[in-house]
Design a protein around this ligand. Structure first.
Ligand code: ZN
Length: 224
């Protein structure tokens, strides 16, 4: 269950505990564990009494330079292929995610925590990205005459894609599901070009120039 208190979303979990325990995690996500018998009124009353403490400590942590990471709670930004949506978490018996206008509705079980929701959202991104790659990779292969042996999606920290020139296998970063489609086209072409040219020298650039004259613009979408 998620409760908003003065603009701060608190993740509330019922547990076998005696007292309510409010915590701010390292990523600035706020969690509250409560005894199983707690009522909504008790929980909300407790949170109201702590709202100043919460604000003060969150501000202090932000000033120390701690950057918030996604908590996958209501009100957060959600990106899919360059479009920005507002995430709304709704309690449900099973997980699903649907886009509805400018909202991304995430249905999640009542006992879900951040890790569960992150895992589900990543599986959603993977499915969406796979659909796009299955559609666009053959198109770029046909256009360039450069063919990969297979591809795989992987959550990567520092690279948008890689290509094994020997096996011709391509790896695509899962995070591309958040970026505009043009950014994915650029990465597909970039990795296919590596099948012929190992480095980023003139021969490589000429493949990009030939098939995507505005590749620099598309590349810049990845840096922002
Ligand atoms: Zn490269």
């Amino acid at each position: 269950m998620q409760i908003e208190i003065d603009g701060i979303v608190v993740e509330v979990t019922k547990k076998s505990v005696k007292n309510m325990n409010l915590r701010i995690l390292e990523n600035l996500c706020v969690t509250l564990s409560v005894p199983k018998s707690s009522t909504y009124a008790e929980i909300s009353g407790f949170l109201h009494s702590k709202s100043n403490w919460l604000k003060k400590n969150l501000d202090k942590m932000k000033k120390r330079g701690i950057k918030p990471a996604p908590c996958y709670v209501t009100g957060e930004e959600f990106y899919l292929f360059g479009e920005r949506y507002t995430l709304i978490v709704i309690e449900s018996s099973r997980y699903s995610l649907t886009i509805d206008g400018d909202k991304a509705l995430l249905y999640a079980t009542s006992d879900s925590d951040k890790a569960h929701r992150e895992k589900y959202i990543n599986s959603f991104y993977r499915k969406e990205l796979k659909e796009k790659i299955d559609f666009y990779l053959p198109k770029w292969e046909q256009l360039t005459g450069l063919h990969s042996s297979s591809y795989q999606i992987k959550n990567m920290k520092t690279r948008w894609g890689t290509c094994n020139t020997r096996t011709k296998k391509i790896w695509i970063n899962l995070q591309l599901a958040k970026k505009p489609l043009e950014a994915l086209w650029y990465v597909l072409l970039h990795e296919l070009a590596h099948i012929r040219v190992y480095d980023h020298g003139p021969a490589f650039i000429s493949i990009l120039d030939k098939h995507m004259p505005d590749w620099r613009e598309k590349k810049s979408m990845l840096d922002s």
